[in-house]
Design a protein around this ligand. Structure first.
Ligand code: 0O2
Length: 220
């Protein structure tokens, strides 16, 4: 006898969520619902990454991942980015174009580990890689150096599986220190970095890059 139950599961892309959602229930708080789904994508991915972290520690006694931070972009920041990029302030445009509403940052000790982590992410079953930016090989003008991936994470809910876009940033502890400070300076209301300061920030980033390279040699 075949005891397997046929469970109907809808596979949907986040881009089609609004249409799909309309069919289920009208008038629910759409923003809250969307943010819930983004936070589930983070949970899903974070668990997988935590397993890699533990596996490398337990099996190889190696600290591949130092720490993982996650965040949901706040509404103010979403609106600011949409205005800056010239999108209409609609949920549809937000879902389609804002790729970093769900964000995960993986921080490691050595530069070379960034690429190992990238390779592991690429092998996770079910995850689609949509975009990659290698600011490690080619740092930004600001000096910012990090590896970015935009991925689609399948979030399995009771009635459906939703593919949710999530941004992953991978960088070293040293670059994380620089980026956090520089980000705070840039985004402070009074934090316009003037030209002289800007050069200093770039110089600091270059120094950090040198240190990261040296650390890699010392840890060979
Ligand atoms: P927050 O507060 O971190 O969310 P895309 O539209 O996805 O193709 P996007 O997002 O415009 O491209 O640009 P990119 O280069 O992928 O960078 C996205 C994020 O990287 C930023 O998010 C920052 O977190 C980080 N970042 C990029 N450049 C710099 C930099 O020069 N300095 C620092 N400190 N961080 C940087 P948000 O939206 O700016 O902010």
């Amino acid at each position: 006898m075949n005891n397997k139950k046929q469970v109907k599961t809808d596979l949907i892309k986040m881009e089609n969520f609004l249409e799909y959602n309309k069919k289920i229930k009208e008038g629910e708080d759409t923003f809250k619902k969307l943010m819930f789904i983004y936070s589930m994508a983070i949970k899903e991915l974070e668990t997988k990454l935590e397993i890699f972290k533990s596996e490398f520690k337990f099996l190889y006694n190696y600290e591949l991942i130092d720490y993982i931070n996650t965040r949901i972009k706040n509404p103010k920041s979403i609106i600011k980015k949409m205005e800056l990029k010239g999108y209409d302030l609609t949920y549809k445009e937000m879902i389609e174009h804002i790729n970093d509403i769900a964000g995960i940052r993986i921080v490691c000790l050595l530069k070379k580990d960034i690429f190992s982590i990238r390779d592991l992410i690429q092998k996770i079953p079910g995850i689609n890689i949509l975009k990659q930016k290698d600011y490690i090989t080619h740092p930004k003008k600001s000096g910012y150096s990090s590896y970015h991936l935009i991925v689609e994470v399948p979030v399995t809910l009771s009635q459906n599986i939703i593919y949710v876009k999530t941004e992953i940033q991978i960088r070293t502890v040293a670059m994380d220190f620089w980026a956090n400070l520089e980000h705070k300076m840039k985004y402070k209301p009074e934090g316009d970095i003037d030209k002289k300061d800007s050069k200093e920030w770039i110089n600091c980033a270059k120094m950090i890059n040198k240190i990261d390279n040296k650390m890699m040699l010392l840890n060979r």
